[in-house]
Design a protein around this ligand. Structure first.
Ligand code: G6Q
Length: 551
């Protein structure tokens, strides 16, 4: 961007002008164009995904101006840098190569002149052998019994990705049961361990750094639980590590051959495609894990090679930018109509907010515009009975993504038709609303008095004009799931470029951890550092009451 600030560019100013015109229009008016769906939707017939973005508050000129802005941001150039292993994570001087983990073409990808594909392929082979052995009963516990339960101990990117995928692919699961323990709150691990038999349990300690307080604490608790029952030698059969930090893993007592490699060029929140996804491979089988990679690779190619005008993640990003930076929308909702995707919004919350929740631009200056939105969501139809009220009638504009499937994984009566009726109805209601006239006619027909009609009508009006995207996929499979995740990963990447923020670091999670490290001794009876008056008094009261020194 050089000396030019983003807001002073011609492209931004053109969008501002367009916004002034567009805000007077409604989706009702825009849909008078009978060809609108054809203009603003994309059908990908290979992976069988339909992306309908016609219910957005845009005209063809808005769309063109948004694409002009994407061009200004040089998204393609950055994408090529990412895929080819350039160190685009500037603050940490690292490459960002989750795309290489699913590079099914196996074309070489170089970092400092070395092709990373050979190490990725050998790590995948190790995952394949291990998951096959475990699933086929060729990996035994210390007492010779088959492993039937796996506990993944990890947090953040070392939990949310594999947990979301395992939940999403539960239909395909034919391996051991999987549990995810992340919280340092001891009840998390307690509630899992109380159900398990150490002789048939395997722990996967998922931690890129192997220094994360929560993970190390939970791993130590798991180790005591296991060795207390089976002895120290049992660690070799019951613990594996998914990590870059061999030294720390060995110090913990896990065998060298039980380490599944990870690399600096894999960002925690995109690590499910690497060894952090070992739980997925054990749960659904390695072949299905590969299908997941294939789906993501397909979208990687779509993202790299499709013109912006037909590029789904680019369009998703540009529309999000439109509402975030011109309509003042501070949140974005992701709403899958599939119970299997019940962790999807929580997963995206991390991926998006940790990536683009930044206020400092590439040049180290504070931005003068809004960046990453608040991501929220849950599965339909559950959230229709909770926070949709605010979407429909609140004062805030929350653009939504509705994700649905043409075919259910389980045909049970007419459940799927009922589910999908809501999937179609909600975006329609948001877009077109229910007018004052429609409300009063309805009330009149229901026999309400004119006084009641007058009083009730404003409460029952749906203003409409609330934008949404609809993503409609044939079926939830490992491949389409991989594709769906990659669509969002690239959307987030594009937005980071558009806002000129480094999407790949997460320094914002550090300060709280550092302060907690300083406070911990104080909660164990040692003297601590200076605090503000509020924190000091709270810690003092905590210590007194915890030690029953006052009521
Ligand atoms: C994600 C972040 C973060 C990370 C966790 C766990 O991009 O880096 O969520 O995954 O803090 O870190 P470890 O894997 O090192 O334990």
């Amino acid at each position: 961007m050089g000396k030019l600030t983003l807001r002073s560019t011609l492209q931004w100013k053109n969008l501002e002008k367009n916004y002034k015109q567009i805000k007077k229009l409604t989706l009702r008016e825009l849909f008078k164009d009978k060809d609108r769906y054809n203009k603003f939707s994309i059908h990908d017939d290979n992976i069988r995904i339909i992306f309908d973005y016609s219910k957005n508050i845009i005209t063809s000129s808005t769309f063109k101006l948004l694409i002009d802005f994407v061009k200004l941001s040089k998204v393609n150039e950055y994408a090529r840098k990412m895929f080819s292993g350039e160190k685009i994570n500037l603050t940490e001087k690292r490459a960002v190569l989750h795309t290489a983990l699913r590079n099914r073409s196996n074309n070489p990808v170089y970092i400092n002149g070395n092709d990373v594909m050979s190490q990725i392929n050998s790590a995948l082979l190790k995952m394949k052998k291990f998951s096959n052995n475990l699933r086929n009963g060729r990996w035994f516990g210390a007492t010779g019994k088959k492993i039937v339960d796996i506990v993944n101990i990890g947090i953040g990117g070392s939990c949310l990705g594999p947990k979301m995928v395992c939940e999403a692919l539960k239909y395909y699961a034919d391996g051991p049961s999987i549990y995810f323990v992340s919280n340092v709150d001891g009840t998390d691990i307690y509630e899992v361990l109380k159900k398990l038999n150490p002789e048939t349990t395997l722990f996967m300690i998922a931690s890129k750094t192997f220094t994360t307080l929560e993970t190390v604490t939970n791993a130590l608790t798991a180790r005591s639980w296991l060795t207390g029952k089976l002895g120290i030698k049992a660690i070799a059969n019951h613990f594996v590590a998914l990590s870059t930090n061999t030294k720390k893993v060995l110090e913990f007592g896990i065998d060298r051959q039980n380490i599944f490699e990870l690399w600096d060029f894999v960002n925690g929140r995109c690590s499910l495609w690497a060894s952090i996804g070992l739980s997925i491979a054990c749960f659904v089988g390695f072949d299905k894990f590969v299908e997941l990679l294939e789906g993501a690779h397909y979208i990687d190619q779509h993202f790299l090679n499709t013109p912006y005008e037909k590029n789904i993640p680019v369009i998703m990003a540009a529309l999000g930018f439109w509402y975030n930076n011109f309509f003042g929308a501070s949140a974005h909702a992701v709403l899958p109509y599939s119970q299997y995707l019940h962790v999807f919004s929580a997963y995206l919350q991390q991926n998006d907010m940790e990536s683009n929740g930044k206020a400092i631009n590439f040049e180290g200056k504070r931005v003068t515009y809004e960046t990453g939105p608040i991501i929220l969501g849950d599965v339909g139809t559950n959230c229709q009975h909770s926070f949709y009220q605010l979407f429909h009638q609140g004062t805030k504009l929350i653009p939504c993504d509705f994700i649905g499937f043409i075919n259910p994984l389980r045909e049970i009566g007419d459940h799927h038709e009922k589910l999908m009726a809501s999937y179609f109805a909600q975006p329609e209601a948001l877009a077109f609303g229910f007018t004052r006239n429609q409300v009063s006619e309805n009330l009149k027909a229901a026999g309400f008095s004119s006084a009641d009609i007058k009083a009730l009508t404003p409460h029952k009006v749906f203003e409409g004009n609330k934008p949404s995207n609809s993503i409609l996929i044939d079926k939830l499979t490992p491949k389409t799931l991989g594709a769906l995740i990659a669509l969002y990963e690239h959307k987030i990447f594009v937005q980071g470029i558009m806002w000129c923020v480094n999407s790949f670091d997460q320094f914002g999670v550090e300060l709280g951890k550092t302060l907690a490290d300083g406070i911990l001794p104080e909660l164990k009876g040692q003297t601590g550092k200076e605090h503000d008056n509020s924190t000091k008094n709270l810690i003092k009261l905590f210590n007194l009451r915890r030690n029953n020194m006052i009521l």
